[in-house]
Design a binder for this molecule. Structure first.
Ligand code: UDP
Ligand code: MG
Length: 312
């Protein structure tokens, strides 16, 4: 059984050699047939040069370089499209996804599962980061109906049919964790303690995390729209009743209710918020309607060059 390892890399020049060594050591005796696809996501450092060097030195290593930084999601999609294996593993280049764990994951996949997902225990994580993350996953489960276990990231091994299923989902705004959960199939989980990044820097800013989180909440159904509709209707009724009462009071005893103004401002604010939710969805359809490619390829390692990935 041939294994493809897909590794998105953005500005990882300092760690690629270490990643290579760790991966080769972890797989050497157990897995013979494998290829590694490094997807250089438009790095601005010497990541591409490192990828070229590794591909020249080790025939198992191939690379695809994107024309600019498209983000981890498009980079993973690109890697999945290029992967030739019967089994495909996704892992980060910064060794936060320990390659040794593959030794536990691969036998599970071979025993019949279509996905084996590595869940991190968040043991070393700061509370200010783990608490909102936990709350988010709980909300996402409720809201989207798609079961994303807490700590489940992109580190996983997929069977060929699971890969094909993910590739059959053409959406532009991709939230892979959700897509992997959405396709279903039998899934096994293994947990691991994640180590802090040993080199380079995390590419996630607070804003990027919030954006990604919103992608997750709005990619799977239109519940936020429905909720805003209900809330809006409720508030409109409340405001109507309040205004009727204020008018009646004004007619009877000439009094003015200042609260009324405050309420109107409140309702106005909420309406803006709902408009934002609407905008989020229409913006999404706008991007989907354009049907732009998810990424553009700048360079392929020589043996990948003759191979054309299937269009999604
Ligand atoms: N990455 C990428 N494109 C990006 C950002 C990140 O390909 O725009 C890669 C990065 O090189 C790494 C993986 O995605 O291999 C995870 O990124 P990072 O370590 O920054 O995320 P974190 O571990 O902090 O969630
Ligand atoms: Mg990382």
């Amino acid at each position: 059984m041939y294994l493809s390892l897909v590794v998105p890399c953005f500005n990882e020049e300092h760690g690629l050699q270490r990643f290579h060594d760790a991966l080769v050591a972890a797989l050497s005796e157990r897995v013979r047939d494998y290829e590694v696809i490094l997807v250089d996501d438009g790095s601005t450092d010497r990541t591409l040069r490192e990828a070229r060097r590794l591909a020249a030195a080790n025939p198992r290593f191939r690379y695809v370089s994107l024309s600019r930084n498209f983000g981890k999601e498009p980079a993973m999609l690109c890697g999945l499209r290029h992967a030739l294996g019967d089994r495909v593993a996704l892992l980060d280049a910064d060794l936060q996804h320990p390659p040794e764990l593959l030794r536990r994951m691969l036998p599970l996949l071979d025993s019949g599962y279509d996905q084996v997902v590595a869940c991190r225990t968040r043991s070393g994580e700061r509370r200010w980061r783990s608490l909102p993350a936990r709350a988010y996953y709980r909300a996402a489960r409720r809201f989207t109906g798609v079961r994303i276990p807490d700590g489940a990231g992109d580190f996983r091994v997929l069977s060929r049919r699971a890969v094909e299923a993910v590739l059959s989902l053409p959406e532009h705004h991709r939230f892979s964790k959700g897509l992997f959960a959405w396709i279903g199939f039998d899934t096994a989980y293994v947990s691991f303690r994640d180590a802090p990044r040993r080199f380079g820097r995390s590419k996630w800013t607070f804003g990027a995390l919030v954006d990604h989180g919103l992608d997750g909440l709005t990619s799977f159904n239109a519940k936020p729209l429905r909720v805003s509709l209900y809330l809006g209707a409720l508030l409109a009724c409340a405001a109507g009743a309040w205004i009727a009462r204020a008018t009646a009071k004004a007619i009877v005893d000439g009094s003015r209710m200042s609260v009324c103004g405050a309420l109107l401002v409140g309702v106005g604010g909420l309406q803006l918020c709902f408009l934002g939710v609407l905008g989020e969805y229409s913006g999404r359809s706008y991007f989907e309607a354009k049907r732009r490619p998810h990424y553009l390829v700048k360079e392929l390692s020589p043996d990948v060059a003759g191979y054309r990935p299937r269009p999604v």
